[in-house]
Design a protein around this ligand. Structure first.
Ligand code: TYD
Length: 215
């Protein structure tokens, strides 16, 4: 089966992933690439239902391991329904979050550790890893501030997806540190973009990295 290119975006809530994915997708499509974008959790009909349970701030009492299981169930569905078929058709697949998020948030944030996540990744995702991961690491405090502001806006609009954004700063510190650990471990796959050079600048940095890998 012909294989396309698998790219994931990672970073804290409010790190600017979604904006950058939108810009990169437009750029790649204008050059004639076929691009499929999938967000996690969500991105499939079943995944969107799982997302609702996971992100609704009215969901309470969800055990960390149950949360972990739902993240992987969502991912297994996206792999079967969207990711593998698109890669098989030779497309570029862009995932807004993938297993690194689970390692950072559930492994780091919820303190389940990396080992169980990497084991489940083998089992549930057949070990499928992105060819390239762009990890956005703007200033910690700025990301958090942006995420909280966005969440308040969404909640006012009746779209309550703030279960994670309610977490304390300690939780996000652990997520941030786990991302750093992943980047140091997986230097061949993970490209880290530090700081906040503005949307256009970051976009051009990303474009250079992606073009280089696609060649
Ligand atoms: P989302 O609204 O997609 O946030 P963002 O736009 O910042 O990516 O919400 C996804 C939330 O789910 C985010 O807080 C991170 C969390 N998450 C995990 O905890 N584990 C995971 O495996 C994934 C994919 C997401």
């Amino acid at each position: 089966m012909r294989r396309g290119f698998f790219l994931s975006f990672e970073g804290l809530d409010g790190s600017g992933k979604t904006t950058q994915i939108r810009k990169l997708t437009a750029q790649l499509e204008s050059r004639g690439h076929k691009v499929t974008v999938v967000r996690q959790p969500g991105g499939t009909r079943i995944g969107d239902r799982i997302r609702q349970i996971l992100l609704d701030s009215r969901t309470d009492g969800l055990a960390p391991l149950a949360e972990l299981g739902l993240m992987f169930s969502d991912r297994a569905q996206a792999i079967a329904e969207v990711i593998l078929p698109a890669l098989g058709a030779g497309q570029i697949v862009i995932c807004d979050r993938y297993t690194d998020s689970t390692e950072a948030y559930q492994g780091g944030g919820r303190q389940l550790g990396s080992k169980v996540i990497l084991q489940l990744h083998e089992l549930m995702c057949g070990g499928l890893q992105p060819d390239l991961t762009i990890l956005l690491m703007p200033d910690f405090a700025k990301s958090l501030h942006r995420a909280r502001r966005r969440n308040e806006r969404n909640a006012r609009a009746g779209n309550d997806e703030g279960r994670f954004e309610q977490e304390a700063e300690d939780f996000y510190r652990r997520v941030y540190e786990k991302y750093r650990e992943i980047a140091l471990r997986d230097t061949g796959r993970v490209a880290v973009i530090e700081g906040d050079d503005g949307i256009e600048d970051v976009h051009h940095q990303i474009l250079r990295i992606v073009e280089d890998r696609l060649r």
